[in-house]
Design a protein around this ligand. Structure first.
Ligand code: ZN
Length: 325
């Protein structure tokens, strides 16, 4: 009888097991709740007008933003033209001394179809392209650069660290598509560098994260009598395994500070299907003379967009930490 009532370690083992199981589950729940809090914060920041950013970065497929084909070419500001298909886009910045192309698409065929033909359609000569700026060393942004350089003799700018990355990637893997070409290493972008062409100056800010050498830009824009400054976030996507999330988050914070100091009030980008381009192009096409420009988000708009990015990044990080525990 006595022996049956004695509590041994053998008896306690299931209890220990249960306590450990409960502790692990609760810890998991805490982290899940943390991710939910970051997601909710991102959704709150997105409101109804920035849902694309939320869906793209938080990968919440339960929310469906406006989709549809982009219009290309489209004059979006007096000195800016949108050029490209739905998946990524180039921009042509018109200056008094020629054209600057931002992110010259994925292949020579795309560059010909969207950039060269698009510029001609709007009455511009592609031979006037003087500078080509590549925000980061991924093929969907540099792939058409060599073709445009051959056509116009333009300089091609990229950060040194992303020239390294792109050259290594092309050497190891080759082009991802026929007609994707990396030009000879040409001009280097330095952090804080200002590129001036005629009456227009662009400022470059290093925002590593999406790639080690991603560059974001501050671009002066004109809409009739109104002047604006576009904040061009160079590289958007992130993942807990493929991205240095701390680096990315630091870049967000730094770019917010600089953009606020410079009075950035327009958001520009290079992926129209996960920024607000589709909705804004539609509004711009329907805009009456009295209406404000739909690309103008006001001071604080870019801060809100990058706030969505940061909250989604923290959600992704929390979920990843939970899964790896
Ligand atoms: Zn990229």
């Amino acid at each position: 009888m006595q022996n049956n009532k004695r509590i041994t370690m053998g008896h306690l083992l299931p209890v220990f097991r249960f306590i450990i199981f409960a502790m692990v589950s609760l810890a998991g729940k805490t982290i899940a709740a943390e991710a939910d809090i970051h997601r909710a914060r991102a959704l709150e920041l997105a409101g109804s007008d920035m849902l694309h950013f939320y869906v793209g970065r938080c990968q919440d497929n339960s929310v469906t933003p406006i989709t549809g084909p982009v219009s290309s070419p489209m004059q979006t500001f007096d000195n800016l033209i949108f050029l490209g298909p739905n998946n990524w886009n180039a921009s042509a910045l018109l200056t008094s001394e020629g054209i600057i192309i931002m992110d010259p698409l994925e292949t020579r065929f795309e560059a010909e179809e969207y950039i060269v033909n698009g510029l001609r359609e709007l009455g511009h000569d592609p031979a006037d392209i003087v500078h080509i700026v590549v925000s980061h060393g991924h093929g969907d942004h540099f792939g058409g650069a060599k073709y445009l350089q051959e056509l116009s003799g333009a300089d091609v700018y990229m950060s040194e660290i992303d020239w390294d990355m792109a050259e290594r990637d092309m050497a190891e893997n080759g082009p991802r598509k026929p007609g994707q070409e990396l030009p000879e290493r040409n001009k280097l972008i330095e952090n804080g560098m200002v590129l001036t062409l005629g009456d227009t100056s662009i400022e470059f800010i290093f925002t590593p994260g999406h790639t080690p050498g991603t560059v974001s830009s501050l671009i002066p824009l004109r809409d009739g009598d109104n002047e604006h400054i576009g904040g061009y976030w160079g590289g958007s996507g992130f993942s807990p395994t493929g991205t240095d999330l701390n680096l990315y988050q630091n870049s967000i914070r730094r770019f917010i500070n600089i953009a606020e100091a410079r009075g950035v009030d327009v958001i520009l980008g290079n992926h129209p299907n996960n920024d607000m381009t589709i909705a804004r192009q539609y509004l711009l096409a329907e805009r009456s003379a009295e209406e404000p420009h739909p690309y103008v988000v006001g001071e604080g708009g870019l801060t809100r967009m990058l706030g969505i990015y940061e909250s989604c990044l923290m959600a992704v990080q929390a979920e990843f930490n939970q899964q790896s525990n």
